[in-house]
Design a protein around this ligand. Structure first.
Ligand SMILES: O=C(O)CCC(=O)C(=O)O
Length: 339
């Protein structure tokens, strides 16, 4: 912890009558008040996706993906009305009565559906796994064959249309990013996407809803992790909360309005044999504002096998990762088992 002197500790001198259940109180090694490096906002690279100089675009994306695993794209050609509509219907869904949201509850063994750690009283026991201060819903939005509308909210009525419209634009952005990431590795433009299942590549929408929290100094939204996906394309609302690991602590990420935040995930790190880096990140919550985010995880089908691209592996640069089915990768990741 070289930079520990810059990490401000507030937890010990915060006096508050507000309390939260113990299962939301993280150990001191994770508490935002102790581990956030103050006044050190992390300015993530801003990349114009409509840059007509393809070489420059490829270099910028490859640099950001190798150094930080996180960047934001602007001029991505997704109309702001499409994004606003997506955000509006998502917000309306989370503001519905709990009973209505539970209609979309997850089924055993399925990632899709509504999930909450905030409303379930039986989970508030001391000693249980620490929980994030967040509700969420997952559902696939592409390809058509992977969509199960049972998990798509029927209220508000325009939810489906707004998500379909967003998916249509997002696919163009996803294809362009994969092409640039491929070229940045010296591969042909189609190779990364092909290695992830080609047109069977899945777009998994998640919406995070982080309500105000009486003790944002002690709680976390989503705990530290890298994404299992290949890449993640995320839209936040205007409330800050994303943090990345830096200098032995955590830095707030500053993003610009209307940008899409791109996270490099585990599958691209693996395929690139470590040239691109999956970004370690987490989220914090605030006392008086609701934060929301809409990450879409671009990932291979569960039965698809992913490993370092053979062209990137040789005697000097042997494979650093195993080649395995994505289903097996997700099993190990969910269950904290070695890969
Ligand atoms: O809300 C965010 O900005 C990030 C969310 C995230 O990391 C996740 O849902 O996996």
């Amino acid at each position: 912890m070289a930079e520990v002197g810059r990490v401000q500790s507030m937890a010990s001198n915060t006096i508050s009558e507000d309390t939260i259940p113990s299962n939301f109180i993280w150990p001191e090694t994770d508490q935002p008040a102790i581990t956030t490096i103050q006044d050190n906002n992390f300015e993530i690279p801003v990349i114009e996706l409509n840059d007509t100089d393809e070489d420059r675009l490829v270099k910028l994306i490859a640099k950001a993906s190798s150094e930080t695993g996180l960047f934001q794209i602007i001029n991505h050609a997704i109309p702001s009305e499409v994004i606003e509509k997506l955000q509006k219907v998502g917000k309306e869904f989370f503001e519905l009565p709990q009973q209505e949201k539970e209609k979309y509850g997850k089924l055993p063994g399925s990632i899709e559906g509504y999930g909450t750690s905030l409303q379930k009283e039986d989970e508030g026991k001391t000693g249980v796994k620490k929980q994030g201060w967040v509700d969420h819903i997952f559902h696939r939005i592409w390809p058509q064959s992977a969509i199960n509308l049972r998990f798509w909210p029927k209220i508000p009525a325009s939810y489906q249309e707004a998500n379909e419209e967003y998916a249509k634009y997002l696919r163009v952005v996803g294809d362009k990013l994969f092409k640039c990431l491929s070229l940045g590795l010296g591969l042909e433009g189609h190779e990364l996407k092909e290695g992830l299942g080609g047109d069977k590549l899945e777009y998994l929408m998640k919406i995070n809803y982080y309500p105000p929290c009486p003790r944002p100094d002690l709680a976390l939204g989503v705990p530290a992790h890298t994404d299992m996906s290949a890449i993640t394309l995320l839209i936040p609302n205007g409330v800050p909360g994303l943090q990345v690991r830096r200098d032995g602590g955590w830095c707030d990420v500053k993003y610009i309005p209307n940008a899409i935040i791109i996270h490099i995930g585990d599958q691209i790190e693996i395929m690139s044999n470590g040239k691109y880096k999956a970004v370690l990140h987490r989220t914090t919550v605030t006392k008086d504002r609701t934060r929301m985010s809409w990450p879409v995880f671009l990932e291979p089908p569960l039965e698809h096998t992913v490993g370092p691209i053979p062209k990137l592996v040789n005697d000097e640069n042997p494979a650093k990762y195993k080649t395995k089915k994505y289903r097996d990768y997700t099993y190990c990741k969910f269950n904290n088992k070695p890969q």
